[in-house]
Design a protein around this ligand. Structure first.
Ligand code: ADP
Ligand code: TZD
Length: 587
């Protein structure tokens, strides 16, 4: 191949080796490898040893979005991956920057979002002898248990392979977070330019289709066709798969009622007549055959058993049979028996099912549909009554009645959502109309995704973004309002300010000067925060004020933060999952 021996370039941009041979270096090879694979954006935070890398990437035409904290850059990369099916890239410095980004990698892996965390690292020989280098840490070893895969590149000639492996690991099969360790020395290594170019890999078919077996398809079709109370559960895997037309066609052709998990809302409009979300507890307990499409039977679905599913006690299984579509074979039987596992990518599986049911697919029995419609209408009427109230101060419902209207009028806007009550109420009150428009705390219920998700959603979609944030949740990533202003992103942050975590009413039982652990500064003005950076801050104490401010934010596309004053007594502890709090036996 005629490579020159790797050497450390003395200048920043060594183009010619002493022999006169044209050379390239690690910096340029990483950038070229990313570009070759269609990566156009990097989310990161500069510093040793990647500062020059960020400059060169920008000079090379990549969009480099700089954050104020790596966790937010990592969350941005992860959700960019979810939205685009291309791995989102997060770039950080060594040890502390790497660790800040690592939470996002772990969260991405947990949620099946494809991302690659690229971190610079310190001198291997010093790190491995633990001699105390600047930002010393064995990053690869630490990343391994939290990432779907982790790689290190030591030689410039291996950069192409390293990037290709990272991309494949992130997006193939079940997507996840990948770590790519790039030691400082690698960036400055030079090799022959031609050899470097030849060493790069444009990944062919990074997420190959996985076609389900014909027998597995038949088993699933038979089970569904024999059902008297069928139900489909759509998960965020179904949203990720971008098989929107196939999924909609299958649901409408079979007439089977469906339940969207949080981030699958909008795959079909929430107002679709087959949507059973408003009769959730009824359909989960009553259905006789349930087909899971890119949704796991984890805690969010009560592990497929217990009272939620019609079981006698918390360990008991219900009477339903399950069909499960998932790209991961190991997901099957993880919590209860899966009677008809359908392993493959969702597009291929749903297409095969569509072919399998043919044109004579019979609709579910009318009494099942009628029973669901009755519950649904009753619950929707009850909700409409609650939403119509106009209490002072605002509560979650009266504020969300506004958000609901705004989202309805702007169905292309992306809704980011975190908090406890602010999350649960938004999920149940605000209808979504288009796929992949709702981004939230996901499988872990993690706080802190808000501003990272909002930045990435605006950057990759160019649509307006509305972030509905509990005041506690907002605090985890709030400094990124500067980032939102800096890049002039069309993001409207609404802080549901009820003076604390869950609510603002706890008192210190000792009567001492410290407030209770869940309480924040009363009457805080989060709107002032964004004004410091030139954004629009609005203090909204009534639904009318909130509506006006949100309408203006969407219209103007200006970075906006609305401090929405919510009754501090309105929330409940941990929102809908109060029961997960261990309660002390000794009072
Ligand atoms: P939710 O929280 O919405 O219920 P989960 O994150 O629990 O969703 O489940 C998502 C599932 O989707 C994972 O088990 C993952 O393996 C699966 N998945 C992701 N992408 C695909 C795909 N393209 N085809 C099939 N399954 C997929
Ligand atoms: N830390 C992290 C990273 N994730 C978490 N989920 C928590 C802490 C615990 N937690 C929740 O589960 S919700 C929440 C915390 C701190 C905040 C709830 O308060 P809020 O929302 O102000 O954001 P509401 O609307 O007042 O309930």
């Amino acid at each position: 191949m005629g490579t020159v021996e790797p050497q450390v370039a003395s200048g920043q941009d060594a183009k010619m080796a002493s022999s006169g041979q044209e050379v390239t270096d690690g910096f340029h090879l990483v950038i070229d490898a990313l570009k070759l694979n269609g990566i156009d954006t990097i989310f990161g935070l500069p510093g040793i040893p990647i500062t020059d890398f960020t400059r060169m990437a920008q000079a090379a035409g990549l969009r480099v979005i700089s954050f104020r904290h790596e966790q937010n850059a990592g969350n941005a990369a992860a959700i960019a991956g979810f939205l685009t099916q291309k791995p989102g890239i997060c770039l950080t410095v060594s040890a502390p920057g790497f660790l800040n980004g690592l939470t996002a990698v772990a969260n991405a892996t947990t949620n099946c979002f494809p991302m690659i965390l690229i971190s610079g690292s310190s001198e291997r020989e010093i790190v491995d002898l633990q001699q105390g280098d600047y930002e010393e840490m064995d990053q690869l070893a630490i990343a391994k248990p939290l990432a779907k895969a982790a790689f290190r590149v030591l030689h410039a000639a291996d950069i192409g392979v390293g990037v290709a492996r990272a991309i494949r690991a992130a997006v193939s099969g079940r997507p996840g977070g990948v770590y790519l360790d790039l030691p400082a020395k690698l960036f400055a290594q030079t090799i022959d330019a031609e050899a470097g170019k030849k060493s790069l890999i444009k990944v062919v078919d990074p997420a190959p289709k996985q076609i389900p077996g014909a027998d597995a398809v038949k088993r699933a079709v038979d089970l569904l066709e024999g059902a008297t109370k069928p139900l489909i559960v759509l998960g965020k895997g179904a949203a990720y798969a971008q098989a929107d037309a196939e999924i909609r066609s299958f649901i409408e052709k079979t007439g089977i009622p469906y339940l969207p998990m949080s981030m699958a809302k909008g795959l079909l409009p929430d107002t679709h007549e087959q949507c059973a979300a408003a009769a959730r507890s009824y359909v989960l307990a009553e259905a006789d055959v349930v087909m899971l499409v890119g949704a796991r039977l984890n805690w969010l679905l009560s592990h497929g058993k217990g009272k939620t599913w019609g079981g006698k006690d918390h360990k008991a299984w219900g009477n339903q049979k399950f069909v499960q579509i998932d790209i991961s074979p190991q997901e099957m039987d993880s919590n209860v028996r899966i009677d008809a596992p359908l392993v493959g990518d969702i597009g291929s599986c749903v297409s095969a099912l569509l072919a399998g049911i043919g044109s004579n697919g019979s609709k579910p029995p009318a009494d099942w549909l009628r029973a669901i419609a009755e519950r649904k209408n009753k619950n929707l009427a009850k909700m409409a009554e609650t939403l119509a109230r106009d209490p002072t101060p605002m509560n979650f419902h009266s504020a969300l009645a506004v958000v609901r209207d705004i989202v309805k009028a702007n169905p292309d806007a992306i809704l980011v959502n975190e908090g406890a009550n602010a999350l649960d109420f938004t999920r149940s009150i605000v209808d979504m109309y288009e796929p992949r428009k709702r981004l939230d705390v996901g499988t872990w219920g993690i706080m802190g995704i808000g501003m990272g998700f909002a930045v990435a959603a605006a950057v990759v979609s160019r649509h307006p973004v509305i972030a509905i944030e509990g005041d506690s949740a907002f605090g985890f990533s709030g400094m990124e309002v500067e980032t939102i202003c800096r890049y002039d992103l069309p993001v409207c942050v609404v802080v549901f300010n009820n003076n604390g975590v869950y609510r603002g009413t706890d008192v210190n039982p000792t009567g001492g000067p410290d407030v209770a652990p869940t309480v924040f500064v009363k009457g805080a003005r989060y709107d002032k925060l964004i004004e410091a950076f030139g954004g629009v801050g609005v203090h909204a104490a009534t639904p009318a004020e909130l509506r006006k401010a949100m309408e203006e934010a969407i219209r103007s596309r200006k970075p906006t933060l609305i401090n929405a004053v919510i009754d501090e007594t309105a929330g409940t502890e941990s929102g809908r999952i109060t029961s997960l709090n261990p309660s002390a036996k000794k009072k």
